[in-house]
Design a protein around this ligand. Structure first.
Ligand code: THU
Length: 126
């Protein structure tokens, strides 16, 4: 699967985002080491802190289906800025694959690529 195909799955996933509060839809497509892809969107809640980001939705879907090793994640939002993962999502993904590739898009579909280890150096662990 190409980066573009993975990003297009992320964009499609963003169409399911539940965002009555922020109106900011995000989609993620998480590729496992065996090639399986899990998608996710953000799911907001009236108790705003209970909101789940797109990346964590995809990660929980993957882990709950027995997948723990990830190669890439594509993140899409129809936004002015590159949609980089929030701090909580960086830590959450790093739990499983601290050096995975992170593709971050903005409106129009152009994207930039990082390693998770550059976005979150010195990941917390014990
Ligand atoms: N959001 C994500 O889904 N992923 C991120 O990495 C950043 C933020 C969502 C959470 C909330 O529903 C909306 O974007 C605005 O913060």
């Amino acid at each position: 699967m190409t980066d573009r195909q993975l990003m297009s799955m992320a964009k499609e996933a963003s169409l399911n985002a539940y965002t009555p509060y922020s109106h900011f839809a995000v989609g993620a497509a998480l590729e496992c080491e065996d090639g399986t892809v899990f998608t996710g969107c953000n799911v907001e809640n009236a108790a705003l802190g209970s909101t789940i980001c797109a990346e964590r939705t995809a990660c929980c879907k993957a882990v709950s289906e027995g997948h723990r090793r990830f190669r890439r994640v594509a993140i899409y939002a129809d936004s002015e800025n590159w949609c980089t993962p929030c701090g909580a999502c960086r830590q959450f993904l790093a739990e499983f694959s601290p050096d995975m590739e992170v593709l971050c898009a903005k409106a129009g579909g152009r994207y930039v690529s990082y390693r998770l280890s550059e976005l979150l150096p010195h990941t917390f662990n014990f």
